[in-house]
Design a protein around this ligand. Structure first.
Ligand SMILES: [Zn+2]
Length: 139
């Protein structure tokens, strides 16, 4: 009974949340956790290959250039994946707080199709497009 009260408190039954059932949220939680595992596995595999690269010595100047270029690539890829990891973890936090599936800008429900494609989506398609066109305008 105590558990049920907790659930009602953390997931307010507003119209915004009505379209995302408890089973639907459980589904997205599994999707998010699986994705986090995948990204983490990819990151540690890449770290391992970086260590292997460092053991390759001695290096002449040309090798150093290639090496630093490779490291730059690794860092860039890691940065994208670390950003994705942060997004995924933020989505899990929203899931726990009951904000998941609700646009953080206009507070409308994010449609299921979008959540299936981008389970960590923070904004609805409309707000995302508005932000994108605003960013494009500034650039
Ligand atoms: Zn929105």
């Amino acid at each position: 009974m105590r558990k049920l009260c907790y659930f009602v408190q953390t997931v307010p039954n507003t119209e915004e949340n009505a379209s995302h059932s408890a089973t639907g949220l459980e589904h997205y939680r599994r999707v998010l956790e699986k994705k986090i595992e995948e990204v983490r596995a990819g990151l540690s595999a890449r770290r391992a290959s970086e260590v292997v690269l460092r053991l390759d010595e001695p290096l002449d100047f040309g090798d150093w250039c290639q090496k630093s270029h490779d490291e730059w690539l690794f860092m860039n890829q890691n940065r994208l994946e670390l950003a994705l990891l942060r997004n995924l973890e933020a989505a899990l936090v929203r899931l726990a707080s009951g904000a998941y599936g609700t646009c953080q800008s206009c507070h409308r429900a994010i449609c299921e199709k979008r959540l299936e494609a981008v389970p960590w989506a923070e904004f609805c398609v409309r707000c995302e497009e508005q932000a994108a066109s605003a960013a494009a305008g500034e650039a």
